[in-house]
Ligand binder design. Structure first.
Ligand code: MG
Length: 259
């Protein structure tokens, strides 16, 4: 099932993405399915008539995993970590499909990082790897936008990865998906820049959720970015960047100037 969050004429609502006589539609839900389940209103809207939003706004945190693909670690001159390398992005960095990525004045080397994102479905702590499926609500597509120059100079990554608009998520959450071997691609201006598979992750989704939950409580709606394949590179103002994860969909954003 694909769960979308969208805006029409009124406040953001949630719905289930489907098909009505060949037209992509959203069956509108009464509330946020993370908290209210899947009660339908009976109303359906055409996807083309609404604006898709980030499918989730994390109430507490976006957790990132660094250097989780060996080829990506190598391309930036880093070793593969022995345990997952964890960082945080503020929830204020989250934007939705079609929203602008704002190129900050403080950087001159802003990179795309196409990634599979995990959406947590329930409050949990110390989750064994074999039980991770029970706490995952679903999966979406992320762009872990990174100011590479600030990442190098700061040491800590809070600023490099934490600017407003540096965490596009979408286009929806797929709730029924095996994350073990999915193709992850990133196109910049229509040219393929990243083309990897989640089977090449150093730490699997189960490993990552187990590890992160061993030291912090995860809440419904928390998002975990699972790392990026090799091929990262700079974006320029005016670029269109699209991340596609097999079985979910494509997340597209444009890079705009800060002024
Ligand atoms: Mg990343």
């Amino acid at each position: 099932m694909r769960v979308a969050r969208f805006a029409g004429d009124d406040d953001p609502r949630f719905g289930v993405v489907g098909d009505e006589d060949g037209t992509p539609t959203i069956a509108v839900l009464k509330g946020d399915p993370l908290y209210a389940g899947y009660e339908l209103t009976g109303q359906k809207v055409a996807i083309d008539d609404v604006r898709l939003l980030a499918p989730v706004i994390p109430r507490s945190k976006v957790v990132g995993i660094g250097r989780n693909y060996a080829a990506h670690a190598a391309e930036l001159g880093n070793d593969v970590p022995e345990t997952p390398l964890v960082f945080l992005k503020p929830n204020t960095s989250v934007v939705g499909p079609g929203d602008p990525i704002v190129y900050p004045a403080q950087s001159s080397d802003v990179h795309f990082e196409g990634e599979l994102a995990v959406v947590i479905g329930r409050i949990c702590k110390d989750v064994p790897a074999e039980d991770v499926d029970k706490v995952v609500f679903g999966y979406t597509v992320a762009n872990d936008v990174t100011a590479r120059d600030l990442q190098r100079t700061d040491g800590q990554w809070a600023r490099a990865k934490g600017f407003d608009s540096f965490c596009p998520l979408g286009p929806w959450i797929e709730t029924n998906l095996d994350p073990a071997d999915l193709r992850v691609t990133t196109e910049l201006g229509g040219e393929v820049k990243q083309d990897g598979r989640t089977s090449d992750m150093v730490f699997s989704v189960a490993d990552i959720v187990a590890y992160v939950s061993s030291f912090m409580t995860l809440l419904p709606g928390d998002v975990i970015l699972t790392g990026t394949p090799d091929g990262v590179g700079p974006m320029q103002v005016g670029d269109s960047v699209s991340v596609t994860v097999e079985g979910i969909g494509t997340l597209t954003n444009q890079v705009v100037s800060h002024d």
